[in-house]
Write a protein that binds this ligand. Structure first.
Ligand code: CUA
Length: 152
């Protein structure tokens, strides 16, 4: 039946998209290795242990998790500081409107949608500073919405 055909077509498109994300990657000091999403109540970020206090946490020898809130017109924490040669998973969400979260000059890039937690894992390489930019129009302050990622 038609429903089944559409389902199969949708699956093919999803697989094609994931393949593009994986193989379209180029790294400049940092490399994105995965990108997925989870849900959250955008009005209750304060009650979520991950986002009540945006921060970077060490979770393994060379593994870190960064809980980041993108909102008009800042990223928190700012700067985000992580060591070189480590695996960093960013969890990013928004309490207000759609934002972007892109580590400038790299393929680490995700859309940040209220109600969803964007998850993005990168490998950091050399030390350095990268700008974090919002690449989704989010209001009058969109052009000044930026943060900093310090790899040390
Ligand atoms: Cu936030 Cu554009």
């Amino acid at each position: 039946n038609y429903e089944k055909i559409w389902l199969v077509l949708a699956m093919i498109m999803i697989v094609g998209f994931l393949t593009t994300v994986t193989y379209g990657a180029t790294a400049v000091g940092i490399e994105m290795i995965s990108d997925e999403e989870d849900t959250i109540d955008p009005g209750a970020l304060d009650e979520d242990p991950r986002f009540a206090e945006p921060r970077v946490e060490q979770v393994g020898e060379n593994e870190y998790e960064a809980y980041v809130v993108a909102q008009q017109y800042i990223f928190s924490p700012d700067p985000i500081e992580v060591p070189a040669n480590s695996t960093v998973t960013f969890y990013v969400t928004s309490p207000d409107v759609i934002h972007g979260f892109q580590v400038a000059g790299t393929n680490a890039n995700t859309m940040v949608i209220p109600g969803e937690v964007a998850k993005l894992t990168v490998e950091t390489e050399e030390p350095g500073e990268h700008g974090i930019v919002c690449n989704e129009y989010c209001g009058s302050g969109h052009h000044v919405m930026e943060g900093k990622l310090i790899i040390h």
